[in-house]
Design a protein around this ligand. Structure first.
Ligand code: NAD
Ligand code: UPG
Length: 333
């Protein structure tokens, strides 16, 4: 069978990195993206881009029916936790209902493999110990619940039909393609490292630290930041496993150690020069600490991360931010 992958959300931050990685190793790639938070200029030249909503099941069905795909990588979705609290039904619509339709189209068209972007948000508050995949799932936001429901649908569909899947639960994804071809370009981004490097290049006046009264070493929240290149490498390994006839798998993707908000911002200061920081209240819904036990991905996928270095992550994010600034100046002049 041809190695041909439908990448949903392939014009977004993580999906565009995956599309590049797939093209780099010779897979054929078709992207479906409605360009709500993604950009057509992030897509590799060798990939076909279909600008459409994955909720347009007629379009998706006809793409899959005639397309000769052996896999779907499903990145499309809505991703901002506080937004999901304010507007839960739109999250269930975009992340759960539309994923259901996509899975159904895959089953009907006989696409045998499905790799899905899930999230550490399916665990909820877990304490300071690294969290393994068999930890009880108690999402605390509609975003986390919307993703968990898709995990459940995939597992049930795989039991009933000829489908194998990889569910990958991402911790905090950051950094950019070291080759400089793509990076996080979201407008009004809320992710810590993205916001900090925007401040470093002068796009923002500074950054607010959301709470310093957590039960952590320095009082700020602890997260497990993973370089997007390592994250994407695990997707390719998961896909290869399925293509080789391996079992479905659910695995965390993180490095297994955490950094506090203050440690991250210190690293940004070290790399880019000091940025302005102000102390603010806690952001609703933030857990004090969440760190992956990522031993399963290493064991089952033979995943060997190459970019487990916070300084390198920040350097790559900063390089991309500078590139965006130059690009914006070029397009506005
Ligand atoms: N960034 C993170 O730290 C993180 C962490 C955990 C999980 N994830 C998951 O990874 C995936 C990708 O996230 P990202 O950071 O690249 O976000 P992103 O917003 O950059 O990418 C999402 C892409 O999906 C597209 N899209 C959204 N809804 C669509 C629809 N209905 N039809 C077609 N296209 C649609 C957007 O235009 C965008 O290009 C998401 O599913 C997200 O939940 C991200
Ligand atoms: O301007 C900012 C932005 C963030 N933070 C803090 O930085 C930490 C990380 O925040 P953020 O980068 O927004 O990531 P999370 O809230 O941890 O959520 C991310 O990581 C989850 C998995 O752990 C994914 O599911 C989500 O999609 C993704 O947004 C949190 O303590 C925030 O309070 C600040 O203090 N100031």
């Amino acid at each position: 069978m041809t190695k041909r992958v439908l990448v949903t959300g392939g014009a977004g931050y993580i999906g565009s990195h995956a599309a590049h990685a797939l093209v780099d190793r010779g897979d054929e790639v078709v992207i479906i993206d409605r360009l709500s938070t993604g950009f057509d200029w992030l897509v590799p030249a060798a990939a076909d881009l279909v600008v459409a909503d994955i909720g347009d099941t007629e379009r998706v069905a006809s793409l899959l029916q005639d397309g000769g795909f052996d896999a779907i990588m499903h990145f499309a979705g809505s991703i901002v936790v506080p937004e999901s609290v304010a507007d839960p039904l739109s999250y269930y619509e975009n992340n759960t209902v539309k994923s259901r339709g996509l899975i159904e189209c895959a089953v009907r068209a006989g696409v045998p493999h499905f790799v899905f972007s899930s999230t550490a948000a399916v665990y909820g508050s877990v304490g300071s110990e690294p969290v393994a995949e068999d930890t009880p799932l108690r999402p605390e936001s509609p975003y986390g619940s919307s993703k968990l429901m898709t995990e459940i649908m995939l597992a049930d569909a795989a039991r009933a039909h000829d489908l194998t899947y990889g569910v990958l639960r991402y911790f905090n994804v950051a950094g950019a393609d070291p080759a400089g071809r793509t990076g996080q370009s979201t407008k009004g981004a809320t992710h810590l490292i993205k916001v900090a490097v925007e401040a470093a290049v002068g796009k923002r006046e500074g950054i607010e630290i959301f709470g310093e009264d957590y039960q952590t070493a320095d009082g700020t929240c602890v997260r497990d930041y993973i370089h997007v290149t390592d994250l994407v490498a695990a997707h390719l390994l998961a896909l290869d496993r399925l293509r080789d006839g391996g079992d479905s798998l659910t695995a965390n993707l993180g490095y297994g150690h955490g950094f506090s908000v203050k440690e991250v911002l210190q690293t940004v200061d070290d790399v880019a020069g000091p940025i302005r920081k102000t102390m603010g209240p806690r952001r609703p819904g933030d857990a004090a600490s969440i760190v992956a036990d990522a031993s399963k991905a290493r064991r089952e996928l033979n995943w060997q991360p190459q970019h487990d270095d916070l300084t390198g992550i920040v350097e790559d994010a900063l390089r991309w931010e500078r590139h965006l600034q130059t690009r914006n100046e070029a397009t506005t002049n």
